[in-house]
Design a protein around this ligand. Structure first.
Ligand code: NCD
Length: 320
């Protein structure tokens, strides 16, 4: 894959060719014919650095790293010098000097990784930054949609929920329209932008008409941890399931028993009902399965990009 970036922060860092290349590579990993160590000479060291909570993303990266035969470093931020006031750049340069080749970073600070794009302490994959981007989630979602046979060109997907505060939503809005898929962002007015921010993306506050126009649905958790006590955001909590929750009854009544995606963690009984989660309409577990293969593809692409401008201080590379 040509010129894969060394800091993969956002969907827009990739060309359509690179995205297609990742989809092919993820499929090959899934078919198992490439599921063996990729790096015969020197095994890369990959660190997982999650500065914010995570279950599935952290584990999925850890498994992908191990399946590729790389050395795995669980960089525990609670006990690291980041807690003693060291900057993230210093920490990353130190990890690089110790031999780490790639760091997966999750942070609650939006855009925290963009400063490293021109001055790269170590190769970086964004595992989700604040409300900004979660590009590997969007790519594994695209892979899953293709795997279950959804032809995206000319289709419409509804993203239902707390779209403003969802980094997954933002990455999907940058990715799926590139494959000809229209998106409707649907939720209460405090959870969706006033006007569309992306090409191929519309806004709606009406669930019934949105679902009726959609070929498949993507549900999002209410991101309470990002509401910072906002009374506008909180006023929808109690009524959310009735008004915007996706249930079997609603989909039956609207004659729209279509695939339902969710990045997890799902709040069952809020944005999605148990009868959807237990049904074959629910694709959340397919997303988890495919997360391993897409992340194996992304890690392989970034480790193979031959970028020599990593870990440079005053023009000198701090390690070979
Ligand atoms: C998402 C995240 O962390 O942004 N989850 C995930 O990575 N699978 C979505 C969420 O937290 O609601």
């Amino acid at each position: 894959m040509n010129n894969f970036p060394s800091v993969f922060e956002a969907i827009n860092d990739l060309s359509k060719d690179q995205i297609e290349g990742l989809l092919i590579l993820a499929r090959k990993f899934k078919e198992r014919d490439h599921d063996k160590p990729q790096f015969p000479n020197k095994l890369p060291i990959v660190a997982n650095s999650f500065l914010e909570n995570s279950t599935r993303t952290k584990n999925s990266f850890a498994i992908a790293i191990k399946r590729l035969g790389c050395h795995y470093l669980d960089f525990n931020t609670e006990t690291s010098s980041l807690n003693k006031g060291e900057s993230l750049e210093e920490t990353l340069l130190t990890l690089y000097a110790q031999g780490v080749d790639l760091c997966i970073i999750r942070t609650s600070v939006s855009n925290q990784l963009s400063e490293f794009k021109n001055n790269t302490p170590v190769k970086i994959i964004n595992g989700g930054d604040g409300t900004n981007q979660h590009p590997t989630q969007a790519l594994l979602d695209l892979f899953t949609m293709q795997e279950i046979g959804i032809e995206l060109e000319g289709k419409t997907m509804a993203i239902i929920g707390d779209c403003i505060h969802s980094r997954v939503g933002h990455s999907l809005c940058e990715l799926l329209p590139q494959f000809g898929c229209n998106i409707i962002l649907c939720g209460p007015s405090d959870y969706v932008p006033k006007t569309p921010e992306y090409e191929g993306v519309e806004i709606s506050n009406d669930l019934e008409s949105t679902v009726k126009r959609s070929d498949f649905l993507y549900t999002l958790r209410i991101q309470k941890e990002r509401h910072a006590g906002s009374t506008e955001a909180a006023k929808h909590y109690d009524t959310y399931h009735d008004k915007y929750g996706i249930s079997r009854d609603k989909l039956k009544a609207w004659n729209k028993e279509v695939p339902v995606f969710h990045p997890g963690p799902a709040n069952i009984g809020v944005e999605i009902s148990t009868d959807i989660i237990k049904s074959s309409l629910y694709k959340g577990y397919d997303q988890v399965v495919n997360s391993i293969y897409m992340r194996m593809a992304i890690i392989t692409a970034i480790l193979s990009n031959n970028d020599k401008n990593i870990g440079i201080i005053d023009g000198t590379r701090i390690r070979d």
